[in-house]
Design a protein around this ligand. Structure first.
Ligand SMILES: *[C@@H]1O[C@H](CO)[C@@H](O)[C@H](O)[C@H]1NC(C)=O
Ligand SMILES: *[C@@H]1O[C@H](CO)[C@@H](O)[C@H](O)[C@H]1NC(C)=O
Ligand SMILES: *[C@@H]1O[C@H](CO)[C@@H](O)[C@H](O)[C@H]1NC(C)=O
Ligand SMILES: *[C@@H]1O[C@H](CO)[C@@H](O)[C@H](O)[C@H]1NC(C)=O
Ligand SMILES: *[C@@H]1O[C@H](CO)[C@@H](O)[C@H](O)[C@H]1NC(C)=O
Ligand SMILES: *[C@@H]1O[C@H](CO)[C@@H](O)[C@H](O)[C@H]1NC(C)=O
Length: 472
């Protein structure tokens, strides 16, 4: 399934952060505050990480990304890693790479790893090779070493080290192990990445975590491995099936079945199923091109090829109203002010962009401009997403463990007839590797595999409607 096409020319913003250890009563849960920081160029950054044909860079601006402080090795080497639900490897630049040795100290922000300075380092293989669409990326070794994370010590965690690199940012990929580059590029076996390792070690009950990004105007959110903070959202968590890609659960793709405005669910569309990737590593959301165009018209957004994004009047953030995303049944409302990002300043005046871009040929992505409004539980063992409307700035906390099994997410209920499959779903493959499915197959017959726990029917109903998406 394609999301359709608009040619994007240039780039924009980027950002960074940190974490604080959150004290927990609960032995099988641990949490970190994550922080948001502005760097430069979110659109450029997103584009590098997605499969797209053309990438050009121009402007610098700021983007919002979520980072956690961690350290690797013995003694500890500090790293600030970008938390990414859209990829599955932790990787860090080697201090010795040309990039990190070069001008400008580009690696200072994220930090670097030096295997020779660590007494707990072990070499695994030389299969690490992550490459982005513009040809940038990193390659080097897979190694194991000790990770220190939120006051926890995890021994012998496998990760990648970029000895050759053109990407300065260290990543903490927390997706499915099957999406590791060792698997999808080198054809190897999956290894236990961080969330899997926590479950294997018994630090959590199961491979599941919750992410609460919080308000655009707040600088910290939190990630909870093995738990849910029931004070950080309203209502009940709605359990939605993750959509497999040709039978394999590889990425956090769920079915978006409607979009509306200002509290009227489905007013923009409610007759199509759009598979969407939940991706904390993407600053913006990327929707089907025709929908993006009509939203640009509605919001009086002007696509600016110099900026590579749609510029909007910053006062849009002062308007009430929302964009409302429906997933079979639950609807998540994204207030308009969460969609307006200050991208920079021109003669002292803020310049704003709309946090929505055209997905083009790639899978649609719900990145941070959507995810801030949602509380999301990612359960990789039961292949379900728990979704609820976030409570911005919630200060109370009440943490419950996630248990293993299909009913393991606390305070959650299943969505009847949730759309559980879609035709031709092919992943974002943002690391440039072959996607697990081997490509987009628009027009394929709907796969009628219902989620085993959530019934059937809606799967077919939605899937058949996806075939008309090829053009604008
Ligand atoms: C994270 O690390 C950076 C760099 O060492 C530091 O400036 C920042 O204060 C740290 N943040 C937290 C919350 O520990
Ligand atoms: C460690 O240092 C040795 C000796 O300088 C060098 O040959 C080797 O390549 C280094 N290994 C790594 C992983 O940097
Ligand atoms: C990594 O993959 C890229 C793209 O497939 C390839 O061009 C490059 O040679 C690979 N690097 C190594 C060290 O294998
Ligand atoms: C959340 O807190 C920030 C400041 O910390 C504030 O600017 C923002 O308006 C608050 N959001 C809501 C929805 O109350
Ligand atoms: C869905 O509905 C919209 C508006 O009612 C219409 O323009 C569009 O053609 C419909 N799409 C499909 C695939 O039926
Ligand atoms: C979830 O918690 C809320 C608030 O305590 C409660 O009203 C709701 O019934 C709970 N839902 C489920 C499915 O447990």
């Amino acid at each position: 399934m394609k999301c359709s096409t608009l040619t994007f020319a240039a780039p924009l913003l980027t950002s960074v952060t940190a974490f604080n250890l959150v004290p927990r009563d609960n032995p099988k849960v641990f949490g970190l505050d994550i922080q948001r920081r502005h760097i430069a160029n979110p659109v450029a950054h997103d584009r590098l990480r997605r499969r797209q044909k053309t990438v050009q860079q121009t402007l610098d601006n700021l983007e919002t990304l979520y980072f956690a402080n961690t350290s690797l090795g013995t003694p500890e080497q500090s790293l600030r890693l970008h938390i990414d639900t859209g990829s599955s490897d932790l990787w860090a630049n080697a201090a010795s790479s040309d990039l990190c040795q070069g001008r400008g100290d580009q690696c200072a922000e994220s930090g670097t790893y030096d295997a020779n300075s660590s007494s707990t380092y072990t070499y695994v293989n030389s299969d690490f090779n992550i490459s982005y669409v513009d040809g940038s990326g990193a390659s080097g070794d897979y190694v194991t070493d000790t990770l220190h994370f939120g006051g926890k010590t995890i021994d012998d965690l496998q990760f990648g080290v970029g000895y050759t690199s053109s990407s300065a940012e260290g990543i903490l990929g927390i997706g499915y192990a099957v999406n590791e580059v060792q698997v999808n590029r080198a054809g190897g076996q999956p290894y236990a990445n961080l969330p899997q390792k926590l479950a294997d070690n018994g630090d959590t009950n199961t491979n599941a975590y919750s992410l609460w990004l919080n308000d655009l105007d707040a600088s910290t959110g939190s990630i909870l491995f093995g738990g849910v903070d029931v004070e950080k959202y309203s209502g009940t968590l709605n359990k939605l099936p993750i959509i497999p890609e040709q039978g394999v659960y590889a990425e956090f793709i769920i079915a978006m079945t409607g979009l509306g405005r200002d509290g009227t669910a489905g007013s923009i569309f409610n007759n199509q199923t759009v598979p969407v990737l939940l991706d904390s590593g993407s600053s913006l959301m990327y929707l089907p091109d025709d929908i993006t165009r009509s939203l640009y018209t509605d919001f009086n957004a002007k696509y600016d090829s110099n900026q590579g994004a749609a510029i909007v009047d910053c006062s849009l953030a002062d308007q009430s109203g929302s964009l409302d995303f429906t997933f079979s049944d639950p609807t998540i409302s994204v207030p308009l002010n969460e969609l307006v990002i200050v991208a920079g300043y021109q003669r002292g005046e803020p310049v704003c962009i709309l946090g929505i871009g055209p997905a083009g040929d790639s899978v649609c992505v719900l990145g941070d401009t959507f995810l801030r409004s949602a509380y999301v539980v990612y359960d990789l063992d039961s292949n379900q997403i728990g979704l609820a409307q976030t409570s911005f700035n919630a200060t109370k906390t009440s943490i419950q463990e996630i248990q293993s099994g299909n009913d393991g997410i606390p305070n959650a209920s299943g969505v009847a007839d949730a759309v559980a499959s879609a035709s031709g779903v092919s992943g974002g493959a943002r690391n440039g590797g072959p996607s697990i499915t081997g490509g987009v197959s628009t027009g394929a017959a709907p796969i009628a595999t219902a989620h085993p726990y959530l019934g059937y029917g809606a799967a077919m109903a939605g899937a058949g409607l996806m075939m008309g998406w090829n053009g604008l």
